[in-house]
Design a protein around this ligand. Structure first.
Ligand SMILES: Cc1ncc(COP(=O)(O)O)c(C=O)c1O
Length: 440
């Protein structure tokens, strides 16, 4: 069941599952056990595992054109960009850059924002504001920007600090602010950070429009993003949306920004772009962001494997399948059912404070005391226990939270999962939560 310790994992003495095949929403271990993949890996697999036509598209492309230096164009990239423009991206985002994953693409977005203002003769306008609960990737720059306490441990001495605004979090919101005032409250908090830094020094605000696993599918109040968009416009600040987890249908719309009918200046995507079939991240930008850099003779340095031909072919075929099988609508439809099943399973649970999310990005937050929202002690390792109890019972759910905010369990299954599988998964999750808490 566990890998040979001499071979894997990277850290000695740790254990890992060994998965040898996967189909649809089911993973198979080396001893033949089936695990229902309620998290699509790292919430990446959207069209399900084992789709032969994607594998074939990649193989065909690898045979036709293995690799070229990324500044050159290739047919599979052109086809992908045309599809993205035609069917997926907000119309203002016309330019596409590809990296090997979400972290690289996010870091590229940070660089582009700074390069944009330098090219316009405003080099002092170089700060990027993040948010307190967030995750943007594993490079030093994206870790420095993100607000994921656990993933910063041991790196504090070298991380560049960024200003951060509070992330809207209704369950743990401010005392004495009415629910319908929360959007204004959190937007005002962002405005206060911008003012404190000096708008003339701020290049960008970077955020997940719906927070992924770090906050556990946190949806902000309806008026929050329109207010932040207006704030950015007012101060000539670029709005960067990290849609690495939320992009390509995960929240029941093409992108999470579609829930508010607004577009960022830069949009970053990863995971769902190729549905787990290939490592590829995308950075999409408006002409207005890039024109000053081009006019000043600047460059955007490429990653060696950026826009890799086989990865572009995989992404194009995955998006084609999402379109043909109308899987974004299915994510929304299944998401509504999932919310109901989770509510039914956990509404009366003494240790579940909230069920939240939309589409097929949802989460539960487990607490020691539901009335005070007091969490279990960190060293109790409740999230780890729940995930382990789930695996023992045949489901895989994703651990969320940042350490500070914790015991959040996320669900992000393939959009092709059947209703019966999903409903069974929720029932097993309830058993896993009970077993984990009983084991404390
Ligand atoms: C919102 C968000 N941004 C960025 C990343 C980093 O992407 P990657 O792991 O592909 O580098 C992740 C990964 O979980 C993510 O969820």
């Amino acid at each position: 069941m566990t890998a040979n310790d001499d071979l894997w994992p990277f850290l000695p003495g740790r254990q890992s599952l060994r998965i040898v095949s996967a189909r649809g929403a089911t993973l198979v271990t080396d001893d033949g056990r089936q695990i229902l993949d309620l998290a699509g890996g790292a919430i990446a697999v959207n069209i399900g595992h084992g789709r032969a036509e994607v594998a074939r598209a990649m193989a065909d492309e690898a045979e036709r054109l293995t690799y070229v230096v990324p500044p050159w164009s290739t047919p599979s990239r052109e086809t992908l960009v045309a599809r993205l423009r035609r069917n997926w991206l907000p119309p203002s985002l016309t330019r596409a850059y590809f990296a090997s994953g979400g972290s690289e693409a996010n870091e590229s977005a940070m660089k582009v924002a700074v390069q944009h203002f330098t090219a316009r003769g405003l080099p002092r306008k170089n700060k990027i504001i993040g948010r307190e609960l967030s995750y943007h990737g594993t490079t030093l720059a994206t870790t420095g920007l993100g607000g994921h306490a656990a993933r910063r441990i041991g790196l504090e001495a070298v991380l560049q600090d960024h200003p951060r605004a509070p992330t809207p979090y209704a369950l743990r919101g401010p005392q004495g602010v009415a629910t319908d005032q929360l959007g204004r409250y959190y937007a005002d908090a962002m405005a206060a950070v911008i003012d404190a830094e000096g708008p003339e020094t701020v290049a960008a605000v970077m955020a997940e429009p719906i927070v992924g696993s770090s906050g556990g599918a946190l949806i902000p109040p309806d008026d929050y993003w329109p207010r932040i968009r207006a704030l950015c416009d007012q101060h000539d600040i670029l709005l960067i949306f990290d849609e690495v987890m939320t992009g390509f249908g995960r929240t029941g719309r093409r992108f999470a920004c579609d829930h508010w009918d607004l577009a960022p200046d830069l949009l970053v995507a990863g995971k769902g772009l190729a549905g787990g079939y290939a490592p590829i991240g995308g950075l999409f930008a408006s002409d207005a962001v890039l024109e000053p850099i081009a006019a000043s003779g600047g460059e955007i340095m490429f990653h060696t494997f950026g826009a890799h031909p086989a990865a572009c072919a995989a992404a194009d075929r995955v998006l084609d399948i999402l379109e043909r099988e109308e899987l974004v609508a299915r994510s929304a439809m299944l998401g509504d059912k999932l919310t109901n099943w989770l509510e039914e399973a956990f509404a009366d649970h003494p240790h579940v404070a909230e069920v939240r999310g939309c589409g097929l990005l949802q989460a539960i937050e487990v607490v020691a005391d539901r009335s005070t929202l007091e969490p279990f002690p960190q060293n109790a390792g409740v999230t780890r226990r729940i995930v382990a109890a789930g695996l023992e019972r045949g489901i895989y759910a994703y651990w969320g939270g940042t350490g500070t905010i914790r015991d959040i369990v996320c669900l992000g299954p393939p959009f092709t999962i059947t209703e019966a599988e999903l409903q069974r998964g929720v029932a097993i999750l309830r058993e896993a939560v009970d077993a984990a808490i009983a084991s404390l």
